[in-house]
Design a binder for this molecule. Structure first.
Ligand code: SAM
Ligand code: SF4
Ligand code: SF4
Length: 348
């Protein structure tokens, strides 16, 4: 294996953060309509001609890897809606710099796809699942696919994946009464559950602070059930804070809304049409597709990325947290004008 690329000492952003992790959105389409992500009836989609081919996407991953990116997460929209996802996995894992290649999926199409993804070399799977109740799932996603998600989770386990995670967005009045059930479910299937605070990202047009269940509230409810819960010292760059129950069960909480962690953020996002975002909340991205399709050399792409990252001062979630009053980030009308502002376009 090649030795890892040393960061050029100058290749940090303005807050001294390295670039290590890339979320690669492979499509903006989705087969669910989660209320916290895609609550509208109609959406404007990215033009198909602009969507990166597998070669273009994996070529860009190789460029990012040259610059020190060693973690890639495939996301969307729903990444499994892209039928050739396993082929993309194969292309990305050929690069020895990529030490961790994961997918975040809603699980609906996983039952048929899990083995192929495992055989292609995918390292890890995270399934988003907010409820164990089929009727609630239907109300939350507008689709009757709860059983398919459970089958998908089972297929991941059968395929032999290690490190399965279950991500659950907890929303007041929707599923805050399922914290314990979800944790017990994770324990049963050997998966780490991560509870995510409802975030005011683009696309969350029904967001309000009242609907956010904070990390503090979640810990309080879990302590009532389990007794003493201790924090686990974890990698400072990881978005989830980890905790341990008295019996050794580990779970996570991603508290981006009430306790943002921008100061340690080493992540950036590439949309399916090759626009590079330095922050989940960024209003503008950097177009990598146009130079790529115009035949830009690797050196030219590297210089574009370095110049973007070294000017980065984004700390979107912290800035939102500092606001005295907090409302929806982007209106439904503005989202129709620029679908790049949607969470489902830039990936979670
Ligand atoms: N469709 C895939 C899925 O749902 O796993 C991948 C893309 S989705 C945008 C990635 C993650 O973002 C999911 O875990 C989802 O629950 C989360 N997410 C979407 N909107 C959110 C919001 N408003 N607040 C917190 N998490 C959100
Ligand atoms: Fe739900 Fe993920 Fe689809 Fe958003 S992209 S609607 S979170 S399944
Ligand atoms: Fe990173 Fe932006 Fe999220 Fe903060 S809000 S953690 S800077 S992506």
């Amino acid at each position: 294996m090649k030795p890892p690329v040393e960061y050029p000492p100058t290749f940090l952003d303005l807050l001294n953060r390295p670039l290590r992790s890339l979320r690669l959105s492979v499509t903006d389409r989705c087969n669910l309509r989660c209320q916290y992500c895609m609550p509208e009836e109609e959406y404007v989609w990215l033009p198909r001609s602009g969507i990166l081919t597998l070669e273009e996407a994996s070529g860009l991953v190789d460029v990012f890897a040259e610059l020190g990116v060693n973690k890639v997460r495939l996301t969307g929209g729903e990444p499994l809606v892209r039928r050739d996802l396993a082929a993309l996995v194969k292309m990305i894992v050929r690069n020895p710099q990529i030490e961790d290649l994961a997918v975040t999926t809603n699980g609906v199409l996983l039952a048929d796809a899990a083995q192929g993804l495992y055989d292609a070399g995918l390292h890890r799977v995270t399934v988003s699942l907010d409820t164990l109740r089929p009727d609630r799932f239907r109300a939350l996603t507008r689709k009757d696919s709860h059983a398919k998600v459970l089958d998908g989770i089972e297929a991941v386990r059968r395929a032999g994946f290690k490190g399965l995670k279950i991500d659950s967005v907890i929303t007041r009045g929707v599923n805050e009464d399922e914290l314990i059930d979800l944790l017990e479910f994770g324990r049963q299937i050997g998966a780490e559950v991560r509870f995510i605070e409802y975030m005011d990202v683009g696309g969350a047009t029904h967001w309000s602070m009242e609907k956010v269940v904070s990390r503090a509230e979640m810990l309080e409810a879990l302590t009532r059930q389990y007794g003493c819960i201790e924090p686990v010292a974890s990698a400072s760059w990881a978005p989830a804070d980890q905790f341990i129950l008295p019996d050794g069960t580990i779970f996570g909480i991603v508290a981006s809304t009430t306790t943002p962690f921008c100061r340690t953020c080493d992540r950036s996002r590439l949309t399916a049409d090759g626009t590079w975002y330095l922050c989940l909340y960024a209003q503008r991205g950097i177009d990598l597709r146009t130079p790529l399709r115009a035949g830009a050399s690797k050196a030219a792409l590297i210089s574009l990325i370095v110049s973007g990252w070294t000017r980065r001062s984004d700390r979107g979630a912290e800035e939102r947290h500092e606001l005295r009053t907090r409302d929806v980030l982007v209106s439904a009308e503005a989202l129709r004008q620029d679908p790049h502002l949607e969470m489902h376009t830039r990936g979670g």
